[in-house]
Design a protein around this ligand. Structure first.
Ligand SMILES: [Fe+2]
Length: 387
């Protein structure tokens, strides 16, 4: 038995005004200080006022939110007793909001110990709205969350179906001001989501549709969105693509680029999108033989030409590398100025963490430790995978 879980999606012109329709008394907005300063919180607050809903703001979410931040936010929720939680921001703010929601329902919960198959009864206290301001992590449509253990320098992905937001509001006006670097990082994350979701052995009819459409939109609009912030059409479609891509992976599985990217990000403070996007072409090269038929189908769908599955797969990998170059993203770990000795020192632990992630057994070709280590090393140097 399989499930396809998804929130109500509100999108298009004036999507934010949907907040006027919701019923409730108090909302806790979970966000970061920058979005308060930029006036995004005021925009949300204005709509809540229309609905007669009071609000309070917890704006202490940092990039890669820590366990402590989540606990602090939960404390605010316990004092304020909201009936709506609103996660406003990028993946960090939305993930923190979802975790705060779980801890608000069950205050004894440890953020890194949130698991499926446990009853949090979260909706007995509040429901959840996610409003992304990047395009994006797609966290607004998933029940997964990433929390950082600052002591162990480790990013921990946790999840429970209960943490799936009730409503995702995709208002493209909120992504109009994204700076180029953020467009690039989060766009590469979205691209990785749909490629990994589509290339997973857990792919289904329901995940394949959103994955393919997300890929097509990203290939058409990501460069445009990066080149020209005033290109509203591109920004809107990228916001939609980001949600579609996350519907695909979160109802199936992610893959090796996420596993390796999490490991790198934990040790070297590389942003999520940059690190997963960097490893993606290497992973696809590794999966090529086992996955050529699958990747070729995607390549054909987005309009690439080739005589054989192998040729089409190689074309898709080249297209992704070209995209990364266009967006000023690194194509090797070396380009990130990470010291090789430090990288090699962290390697055994990075390999163990990447192998240990839940999606490793679900990829089209499952690497052993030796292959995983070689992939990390080839990606450092920028070498094409030949094993
Ligand atoms: Fe991601």
């Amino acid at each position: 038995m399989w499930y396809f879980r998804n929130p109500l999606i509100v999108f298009g012109d004036d999507a934010l005004e949907h907040l006027r329709e919701i019923k409730g008394k108090r909302a806790l907005i979970v966000t970061d200080a920058v979005l308060v300063k930029l006036g995004f919180v005021d925009k949300v607050a204005r709509e809540l006022k229309h609905a007669g809903i009071e609000h309070r703001v917890f704006s202490e979410v940092e990039p890669d939110p820590s366990v402590d931040t989540v606990r602090k936010g939960a404390q605010v929720a316990l004092e304020y007793e909201p009936d709506w939680l609103i996660g406003l921001g990028g993946g960090s703010a939305m993930d923190a909001a979802k975790m705060i929601w779980m801890l608000y329902a069950q205050p004894d919960t440890e953020p890194y110990a949130i698991v499926p198959f446990q009853d949090y009864d979260a909706r007995s206290k509040a429901r959840m709205i996610c409003i992304p301001t990047t395009a994006g992590t797609g966290s607004e449509v998933t029940w997964f969350m990433v929390v950082t253990d600052t002591v162990e320098r480790r990013k921990i992905a946790v999840g429970t179906p209960e943490a799936l937001p009730d409503i995702a509001i995709l208002d493209f006006r909120l992504v109009g001001d994204m700076p180029k670097g953020l467009v690039a990082d989060t766009g590469m994350d979205a691209l990785t989501h749909c490629v990994e979701g589509f290339g997973s052995t857990w792919r289904t009819d329901f995940t394949n549709g959103p994955a393919l459409m997300a890929m097509k939109l990203i290939f058409k609009y990501l460069k445009r969105s990066y080149d020209d912030a005033s290109d509203k059409e591109a920004r809107e479609h990228m916001l939609n693509a980001s949600a579609l891509a996350s519907m695909a992976w979160s109802n199936g599985m992610a893959g090796l680029a996420h596993n390796m990217g999490h490991a790198l990000g934990g040790f070297f403070h590389v942003t999520h999108g940059k690190s997963v996007g960097l490893y993606l072409p290497y992973n696809m090269q590794y999966l090529t033989e086992a996955g050529a038929e699958v990747f070729a189908e995607a390549a054909r769908f987005i309009g690439l030409k080739g005589k054989t599955d192998l040729e089409l797969t190689r074309g898709l990998v080249s297209g992704i590398k070209d995209m990364a170059r266009h967006l000023g993203q690194p194509s090797s770990v070396k380009e990130l100025n990470i010291d090789k000795a430090a990288y090699e020192k962290a390697l055994p632990e990075m390999v163990a963490r990447a192998i240990g992630e839940a999606s490793t057994p679900t990829v089209l070709r499952v690497p052993d430790e030796k292959d995983m280590e070689r992939m990390f090393l080839y990606a450092y140097e920028g070498k094409t995978i030949d094993f």
